[in-house]
Design a protein around this ligand. Structure first.
Ligand code: ADP
Ligand code: MG
Length: 366
């Protein structure tokens, strides 16, 4: 089921009663989720991810804009008629019901023409439990399950109605690191197996990058960029997106373009053909440095961390005040730790220019 969001806007009365203006949770939000894709909605806390999800499932009504599932407009349709499955961060299972009863619950509430026979319900329950591999746990109560198992029950409960659309709001946040990795692989597998169009909300860029066909990066209720994870990482449209994706994060220098050349302090580090003279930010990915004896960028060497395959050179630069620069290079490189200065060349495809005022990307001519 394709999902189309058209100029969605959602405002809330301010929780702080002294402030008259409404809070704009989501603004001018348009995008299309192709049938069968898993889209990751990514952004910092408070940027409007949950609100967007609640608009798609119908728990919230938009202040303006439209929502379509396929060709059908669902903007005013109540949640129970939309055919969506929802999974939240805090599993929200019924504590007094067994796993089996929890999964059956949504089916028992179906009315009229949707009503199912006992056998049909049992069959669907068994299938959903099998998908998330909790067949062995059906007679237990939620308190007798680990966090990961509880979340699988919640996913089974969302799948049992055979939803047209699956919506997951930070479903892994309450799990420990190892379970988080494992469960995200499983969600991906289940999504592939069922082909259900899925929106996965997270503030964790690594999680979004690893699980999604496509990510939507949000800030303050506004879409910043949409694309395949690798495309967005390789080609950020602004400084916010560049900083939000990647671990370790991108290194940001205050610099300037003078005479079609990018300067960091006195160091002429890159050409910038066709770019007018101006103040800029230069973002360099950690893998964008080449250690070179005569490299143009002079950094003050802080230390070297060996990480097996790679080494991480930690340094500082007066044009990146208050931050540590991290350069990740192959372990075959020898770093002279006695020398106070590390010199680098910069890989042009790993370095991005941004206007100092708007923080929008500036693209030099090739
Ligand atoms: P996220 O899920 O990305 O953390 P939310 O969608 O929950 O963000 O919230 C977006 C913004 O809308 C925040 O500023 C939040 O405080 C505000 N907000 C969300 N729900 C309400 C509400 N019911 N009433 C008032 N403000 C709200
Ligand atoms: Mg949220």
């Amino acid at each position: 089921m394709k999902i189309v969001l058209e100029n969605l806007r959602k405002t809330f009365p301010n929780r702080n009663k002294k402030v008259r203006e409404d809070v704009v949770a989501v603004d001018n939000f348009s995008f299309e989720i192709p049938d069968g894709e898993l889209v990751g909605l990514l952004g910092p806390s408070g940027c409007g991810k949950s609100t967007t999800l609640n608009l798609i499932c119908g728990l919230e009504k938009p202040t303006a804009g439209k929502i379509f599932f396929g060709d059908e407009e669902v903007t005013r349709l109540p949640p129970e008629n939309r055919g969506v499955g929802m999974v939240f961060q805090n599993y929200a299972l019924y504590p007094h019901l067994t796993v089996k009863q929890n999964i059956l619950f949504p089916l028992q509430n179906l009315k009229g023409k949707d009503k199912l026979s006992k056998e049909e319900m049992e069959k669907r329950m068994t299938e959903a439990a099998g998908l998330v591999q909790i067949d062995e746990l059906l007679e237990r109560r939620p308190s007798e399950l680990s966090g990961g198992q509880q979340q699988r029950v919640a996913i089974a409960r969302a799948l049992v109605k055979m939803p047209r659309v699956l919506l997951l709001d930070e479903p892994l946040s309450n799990l420990d690191a190892r379970l988080r990795l494992q469960t995200r692989e499983e969600i991906r597998k289940i999504q592939r197996a069922t082909g259900i169009t899925t929106v996965f909300v997270t503030h964790d860029q690594e999680e979004a990058m690893s699980i999604s066909d496509r990510i939507v990066v949000m800030s303050r209720g506004v879409i910043q960029q949409i694309g395949k994870p690798q495309e967005v990482y390789d080609n950020p449209v602004n400084l916010f997106v560049a900083k939000f994706l990647g671990t370790p994060p991108i290194n940001v220098f205050e610099g300037a373009v003078r005479g079609e050349t990018v300067y960091i302090g006195e160091d002429a580090v890159l050409p910038a053909k066709g770019v007018p003279d101006q103040e800029i930010y230069l973002g360099i990915r950690p893998e964008g440095f080449l250690l070179q004896e005569d490299g143009p960028l002079h950094c003050s060497l802080g230390g070297v961390e060996v990480m097996g395959r790679d080494i991480s050179i930690v340094c500082t630069h007066k044009c990146a005040p208050g931050t540590q620069i991290r350069a990740i290079i192959g372990a075959e490189n020898a770093v002279d730790t006695a020398c106070p200065t590390a010199r680098f060349a910069v890989k042009p495809n790993k370095a991005f220019l941004f206007a100092r005022d708007t923080e929008e990307r500036i693209r030099p001519e090739d």
